[in-house]
Write a protein that binds this ligand. Sequence first.
Ligand SMILES: *[C@@H]1O[C@H](CO)[C@@H](O)[C@H](O)[C@H]1NC(C)=O
Ligand SMILES: *[C@@H]1O[C@H](CO)[C@@H](O)[C@H](O)[C@H]1NC(C)=O
Ligand SMILES: *[C@@H]1O[C@H](CO)[C@@H](O)[C@H](O)[C@H]1NC(C)=O
Ligand SMILES: *[C@@H]1O[C@H](CO)[C@@H](O)[C@H](O)[C@H]1NC(C)=O
Ligand SMILES: *[C@@H]1O[C@H](CO)[C@@H](O)[C@H](O)[C@H]1NC(C)=O
Length: 337
Amino acid sequence: MNFSNVALVVALILLTETKAQNPKKKPAPPKIAKGQCCDEVRTLKVQVANLTSILEELSRKQETDLINVVRQIMELDKQKQQLDNRVTEAESKYSEVNNRVEIMQLQTLQSATQTSSDAIYDCASLYGKSYKISGEYKLPKDEFLGTPELSVFCDMETNGGGWTLIQRRKIGLTSFKRDWKQYKSGFGSVRGDFWLGNEHIFRLTRQPSTLRIEMEDWEGETRYAEYGFFTLGNELNSYKLFIANYSGNAGNSLRYHNNTNFSTVNRDNDKCVDDCASLRKGGYWYNCCTDSNLNGVFYRYGEHKKNTDGITWYGWHGPNYSLKKIEMKIRPVSFQP
Ligand SMILES: *[C@@H]1O[C@H](CO)[C@@H](O)[C@H](O)[C@H]1NC(C)=O
Ligand SMILES: *[C@@H]1O[C@H](CO)[C@@H](O)[C@H](O)[C@H]1NC(C)=O
Ligand SMILES: *[C@@H]1O[C@H](CO)[C@@H](O)[C@H](O)[C@H]1NC(C)=O
Ligand SMILES: *[C@@H]1O[C@H](CO)[C@@H](O)[C@H](O)[C@H]1NC(C)=O
Ligand SMILES: *[C@@H]1O[C@H](CO)[C@@H](O)[C@H](O)[C@H]1NC(C)=O
């Protein structure tokens, strides 16, 4: 609609209103001739009618436009809602799966710890519950033994399985030159290089236990040493080592460390004037000093024959050959595969 048309409409409206409001007043004398007047009025009326219809159409159109816009917004809202729903659904499914896994684990643990004779406190008891795949397991905290939850690595294959690893050397990035506190609580990652911790080893070996040490050299050969009996004293007794009944093909190189306290760089309990933990750069049952040094320095191929502070086992490769891989593992003497 153009401006002149609007002006026309307004003028017309004013005219009719004036007429209606002043019915008794004498109308102002028409300034134009009658025929001209009526023709113009007619034209104006037609225009008004047209304009009205245009206006109506416009407002109808606006209304439909508005309705369309609202509809589109609602549609978008709906889509957004559907997306939100899908996200929520996916999230709840995910957490449901997670929950189910956690509940399954919890049920396993609860059914497993119902009676104390059934308690899971090492890989052998897990094996007894038909967990026969080697890998990382979480031992539940045990109220009876007063022990915390503990991550362990279980060897469920070697010689019947049921072995709880207490030490591993294979990657060589974790330093084993650690202090008393660290050797006490353990360090490293059970999937890689680690020491389980003297306190845990002490606790686990309160049941009569067997120790098995597996080793590999840089030529890919393997040997093992097994002790039918293995236990540690408590911290007050400096985690003193007690071993008996050697068997294996690597040599009895732990015997020299039998009945010896544990030493670290900051706790010298060895039977020597020298500070063996500092000389051999590890934590171990240093006598004066070593016939083996399984927590010594990891030397890579090429460097492995040059030092006396490496991962040594004198009974196989002598005092200056650092081995490539070590695993120390324990299981109850009573274990039946
Ligand atoms: C009014 O509308 C009719 C049809 O809608 C059209 O033929 C006519 O020319 C219009 N008149 C004016 C003055 O706009
Ligand atoms: C060593 O083995 C013998 C024979 O099997 C056994 O009688 C003895 O009790 C074992 N020693 C220890 C400390 O377990
Ligand atoms: C081992 O440690 C205990 C106390 O922790 C101590 O009484 C004993 O004398 C130590 N033995 C040796 C050989 O150092
Ligand atoms: C370790 O010492 C004890 C005595 O304290 C002995 O009975 C045992 O046989 C020794 N172990 C080894 C492997 O010699
Ligand atoms: C390693 O030990 C052997 C004997 O045990 C010795 O002859 C050799 O010199 C040693 N090598 C080094 C690099 O110390």
